[in-house]
Design a protein around this ligand. Structure first.
Ligand code: GDP
Length: 446
């Protein structure tokens, strides 16, 4: 099972706005002004590298990721070179560049160095003439026309003056928004797919959970009926079990069980949020069991592994089962496991907490600021390996979506599979994500 870490996949990320400019022009103040109270802002101590570089931000109804390039590593090659390098990275990763200049100082060498970099890219640039605290200073801003990157917007990051017009211009420059992906937050009962190869005990478990021994209907017609879902109350909550008719249908064995199981599983997964994969411990784990697990991971649903028929287990079989699990299910070691017996009811009540844990992970959103302070530490301790003589840099990251969590790393070069797997492992160690797949992709721009 791949770690779902596709290379360079274009994920549906929010627009990225990078704030560039030489030190002390007020980049951090502007960043703080824009994000307001959205995320706890780390106070900047002069001379200390900033802890965070990227934040969640919004203006009117537009949401975006705001990147403070001042938090990127500085080099020793001189101020103008450092600032130009930061601008270059910004141009590679951002959709819009917010170029901040100190209107009270006017154009400096470093400002000109940034301008040269920005002119060479085709990214839209919005020019902020900062420290225009009152009308008297408005004239100072006019001289910044000479930079040749368009209209200077006079602002005061400190007092908020003019930042509305500035943000209007920033939002105006966003690329055409792809249609808002509806995240299917329908708010009804949470949806569970109970899946597994034939005869593992799905129908028995369903009966056990529904608290009734239904008469099994021998349906010989074999025509496809509409999937029927069932509401079942468990642990004080109502859950929607997807396509229970498909689980209970007995004719399936006559229909080419393998094929039928695969098709049913995939259509149930389409509509579910979490999958309980049932396996039969009275037999060796089969290739078909593993295939079902893979199907779940590929579908991006939360996953719970339920080992059924535990009542049949003796010492010897138990020993081999552990080995099989280690060998064949190590790729989903993040999935909670419950050992149950649909027949006796053993530990069936443990399913609900496992399902809840999986769904909570699946729903998780890590705020961009927090994600980036975490990432900064990670990369400082273990930088990506050099590739083709070059050290790829991870500039910042955002979580593009939840359900399942999908992270996008903005980089200056290709990150090896191994390194991406390492990042995923550390995400799991530090943030949990028990029971949920994680997607990790990179965005590299030329
Ligand atoms: P399905 O095809 O996955 O729906 O499986 P069924 O629910 O039809 O069960 C297949 C067989 O396994 C039946 O004979 C069940 O009685 C038996 N079975 C189901 N769960 C258990 C269990 O926990 N313990 C034991 N010993 N047998 C079980």
């Amino acid at each position: 099972m791949p770690a779902e870490s596709e290379a360079a996949e274009e994920a549906a990320v929010k627009p990225v706005v990078a704030v560039v400019g030489r030190p002390n022009v007020g980049k951090s103040s502007l960043v703080n002004r824009i994000i307001g109270r959205r995320e706890a802002v780390v106070e900047d101590v002069p001379g200390v590298t900033r802890d965070r570089v990227a934040y969640d931000a919004s203006w009117q109804s537009a949401e975006f990721t705001l990147v403070d390039t001042g938090g990127w590593e500085t080099s020793v090659s001189g101020l103008a070179a450092t600032v130009a390098r930061q601008a270059e990275y910004a141009a590679q990763t951002a959709d819009v560049i917010l170029f901040v200049v100190d209107a009270t100082v006017g154009i400096t060498d470093a400002d000109e160095a940034v301008t040269r970099v920005l002119r060479a890219t085709n990214r839209p640039v919005v020019l902020a003439a900062n420290k225009v605290d009152g009308e008297l200073q408005e004239a100072d801003a006019l001289v910044l026309w000479n930079l040749g990157v368009g209209e200077p917007f006079p602002i005061s990051a400190l007092h908020g003056r003019g930042t509305g017009d500035l943000l209007d211009a920033v939002v105006e420059a966003f690329p055409e928004a792809p249609e808002a992906k509806s995240e299917d937050e329908e708010g009804g009962p949470r949806r569970i797919a109970l899946v597994g190869r034939p005869n593992v005990g799905k129908s028995s478990l369903l009966n056990r959970l529904a608290g009734e021994d239904r008469v099994v209907v021998h349906d010989v017609a074999g025509t496809t009926r509409d999937a029927v879902d069932e509401l079942i109350e468990l642990g004080g909550q109502t859950w929607k079990f997807i396509d229970t008719a498909g689980i209970r249908r007995r004719f399936r064995q006559l229909q080419g069980a393998d094929y039928y199981a695969t098709v049913r599983t995939s259509s149930a997964l389409d509509r579910a949020e979490v999958a309980v994969v049932l396996m039969d411990v009275s037999e060796p784990l089969a290739e078909q069991d593993i295939r079902v697990v893979e199907q779940v991971v590929e579908s991006g649903r939360a996953l719970v592994l339920a080992f059924n028929k535990w009542d049949t287990l003796d010492e010897e079989r138990r020993y081999y089962l552990e080995k099989e699990i280690d060998r064949q299910l190590s790729r989903v070691s993040w999935a909670p496991r419950v050992n149950i017996s649909a027949k006796t009811g053993r530990h069936v009540e443990k399913l609900v907490p496992a399902i809840e844990a999986g769904l909570a992970s699946w729903d998780t959103r890590i705020p961009t600021g927090r994600l980036n302070s975490w990432l900064k530490e990670l990369v400082a301790a273990t930088p990506p390996p050099v590739r083709g003589g070059k050290q790829p840099k991870i500039l910042f990251a955002t979580q593009a979506s939840a359900r399942p969590p999908h992270f996008v790393l903005f980089t200056t070069g290709f990150l090896e599979d191994n390194y991406r797997r390492f990042v995923e492992r550390r995400l799991r160690e530090d943030f949990g994500f028990e029971g949920s797949p994680i997607k990790l992709s990179m965005r590299i721009r030329d």
